[in-house]
Design a protein around this ligand. Structure first.
Ligand code: GUE
Length: 293
């Protein structure tokens, strides 16, 4: 007899909605004491996907009561010009969070831009100072990359045990894989990071209690690559052959094996945005307690 198992869905959209409601309440309370959180998103050039993301961040911020400003710069912007824009935002006491949307045009050095953003306004958590705090498990207030931070919120909300569990991360990017590894290690998981040069990658994924996939390769992970009952988190934002949004995980196959699974869309994506909003508010609060608004 074939035993059928269907994973429980981790509903990122629903959880994001709950978090956004809470954030909205916090914004209202901050406004009472004269602080209005403000986020500035800088976008360079006209990448179509980026424009969609930036607009959805803007809409969400406005719903929550965060002041959101989009600075759209031309494709031909030089590195010096972008650095000057960032410096002005660093100096602006009204601005709490700065996000420079990636990808950037090729004449601009992304790392130089990341380093130029004041660490206290680095709402993406990409500045090396903030990455260093994350990797040393500093017990301080500092921003963390929103996608992995949102994933930790999901694991907690769904009561997924982390301490002592084997967490396997597929992908080693600065925005997802590496900060995800640090967060899971800080939460006492046993962490394995696999990537494009890993020999026999699926030998590791098959052993994962928690599997986080962030490769940009549509449907890389199949049912046979997943341990029965595992928690599977899909960070992919890929397009299938029909141009439809899909993930790095073969959802229809893997849901028969996993214990918990995130869908795409409606999983990690909305949580990234909810975390971005949450973190903008945190930056506003922290700036107040430092007295360096
Ligand atoms: N400096 C910077 N910070 C970022 O955080 C950043 C960035 N650059 N560049 C691009 C990526 C991508 N990203 C997404 C956020 C939310 C969804 C999202 O909400 N997705 C919806 C669906 C959206 C759709 O239907 O197209 C979902 O998964 O349900 C997707 C992608 C943030 N990024």
């Amino acid at each position: 007899m074939k035993v059928t198992r269907v994973a429980e869905l981790i509903d990122g959209k629903q959880l994001a909605k709950q978090i956004n409601t809470k954030t909205k309440t916090e914004v209202a309370a901050l406004k009472e004491i004269g602080i209005t959180p403000k986020l500035v998103v800088v976008i360079v050039g006209g990448d179509a996907a980026s424009e969609i993301y930036v607009r959805s961040k803007h809409r969400k911020a406005e719903q929550i009561g965060i002041i959101s400003e989009i600075k759209a710069l031309p494709e031909t912007t030089t590195q010096a010009e972008l650095l000057a824009v960032i410096e002005a935002l660093n100096q602006d006491d009204q601005v709490h969070g700065i996000l420079v949307q990636s990808p950037l045009p090729s004449q601009i050095d992304e790392l130089a831009i990341t380093r130029a953003i004041a660490p206290t306004k680095d709402v993406d958590g990409f500045h090396p100072e903030n990455v260093g705090k994350l990797y040393t498990n500093a017990q301080l207030d500092f921003p963390v990359s929103c996608t992995p931070k949102g994933i930790m919120t999901m694991l907690e909300a769904y009561h997924v045990p982390v301490a002592g569990k084997h967490a396997v991360i597929v992908g080693r990017s600065n925005i997802v894989g590496r900060p995800m590894a640090a967060l899971l290690l800080n939460a006492s998981a046993t962490v394995t990071v696999v990537h494009s040069k890993t020999a026999d990658m699926m030998a590791y994924t098959r052993d994962a209690d928690i599997l986080v996939v962030a490769t940009g390769i549509a449907h890389l992970i199949k049912a046979a690559d997943v341990k029965p009952g595992a928690t599977v988190i899909d960070v992919g934002m890929d397009r299938d052959e029909n141009g439809k949004l899909t993930g790095d995980v073969d959802f229809d196959g893997v849901k028969e094996v996993a214990g918990l699974i995130t869908p795409v869309p409606g999983g990690v994506g909305p949580m990234t945005i909810a975390t971005l909003m949450q973190q903008t508010v945190e930056l506003a609060k922290w700036s107040e307690t430092r007295g360096t608004k």
